[in-house]
Write a protein that binds this ligand. Structure first.
Ligand code: 3PG
Length: 300
């Protein structure tokens, strides 16, 4: 899987301005504990390269990128420290060409059709849309997606807990990046628990698992009527289904099934391999039964 595909599955990229290398590991641990496994360390402080080095050495499971990269020298520093991708705030053809030469994935900042065409001239189809909110947000991304349908955007700038899900619901948005869960004051006050809580909240909001329906299997005719009443009262969220193979089916929905599967897999909850093969009549992905109940994951 490419780095860009991994970033897209991660969905949320914390953008960090970090002053001290001692903050690196507690920060990485707070994020990993919350299932955020991608991070962009910005070259806005002198500690950036050492922070990248420390995190990449201790947590190889973290997808770590260097942000606010403005020069070739910073590209070299980032690569040497262990960065796996480079993010630039604007479109600098010299930095882009250098990253391509060095074979490190580059996500250039693009804020206009002109920037996007410059990116396309380097065969780059995933760009950072920055500063997203100030440039018109989702409406601008949708307008840009008209002529540039092959482009995917990592929306950054002004993204927060109350708007990030709207961005992620746009198919052309590969991921979002933001600093709200790793704000400099949280880091400087050592509030790693809060960083972890805000990150968990973001991950849960992104996956937004909902129990859609529970289908109960019973052979007892007297229970059929009771289930029928529940079906009516709960608007089909509880239904009756006779099946020889299980006690029932629990159907769970999520806005993005690929991200959800990636997350569940990290928790050792793996879908049945044959249900991952899409067929014309497949309605979701099946997991091994728990307590006799089949589990089905669907996208809403
Ligand atoms: C960046 O450089 O990507 C931004 O500073 C992040 O934007 P935010 O602080 O508004 O989230």
């Amino acid at each position: 899987m490419t780095i860009l595909e991994q970033l897209s599955l991660a969905g949320i990229i914390p953008v960090v301005k970090i002053e001290k290398v001692e903050q690196a590991l507690p920060l990485a641990e707070a994020l990993l504990q919350a299932d955020l496994n991608a991070i962009e360390i910005t070259f806005r402080t002198t500690a950036a390269a050492d922070v990248i080095r420390t995190i990449s050495q201790h947590h190889p499971e973290m997808l770590i990128g260097a942000g606010t990269v403005l020069t070739r020298q910073q590209v070299d520093l980032a690569i040497e420290a262990g960065a796996q991708f480079i993010v630039t705030p604007g479109f600098n053809p010299d930095t882009v060409a250098y990253c391509i030469e060095k074979k490190i994935p580059i996500i250039p900042g693009c804020s206009s059709p002109t920037d996007i065409e410059a990116a396309l001239s380097f065969d780059l189809t995933t760009v950072k849309f920055f500063p997203a909110e100030q440039l018109g947000g989702i409406a601008t991304i949708k307008a840009l997606s008209g002529p540039y349908s092959q482009v995917r955007f990592i929306a950054t700038g002004g993204i927060n807990v109350s708007n990030f899900k709207d961005y992620l619901s746009v198919s052309k948005v590969a991921a979002i990046a933001g600093s709200w869960m790793v704000a400099p004051e949280l880091l400087n006050n050592g509030q790693y628990d809060l960083i972890s809580d805000l990150s968990k909240q973001a991950v849960q909001a992104m996956l937004d698992f909902k129990i859609e329906s529970i289908s109960l299997n019973t052979q007892d005719p007297s229970e059929h009527n009771v289930i029928k009443e529940w079906t009516t009262c709960l608007n089909n969220q509880i239904t009756h289904q006779e099946s020889k193979k299980s006690r029932g089916i629990i159907t769970i929905s999520t806005p993005d099934i690929k991200r959800a599967l990636h997350f569940l897999q990290r928790h050792q909850l793996k879908a049945k391999p044959d249900s991952l093969q899409p067929t014309s009549h497949s309605t979701g992905v099946d997991f091994n039964a728990i307590a006799g109940y089949e589990i089905k994951l669907t996208q809403r």
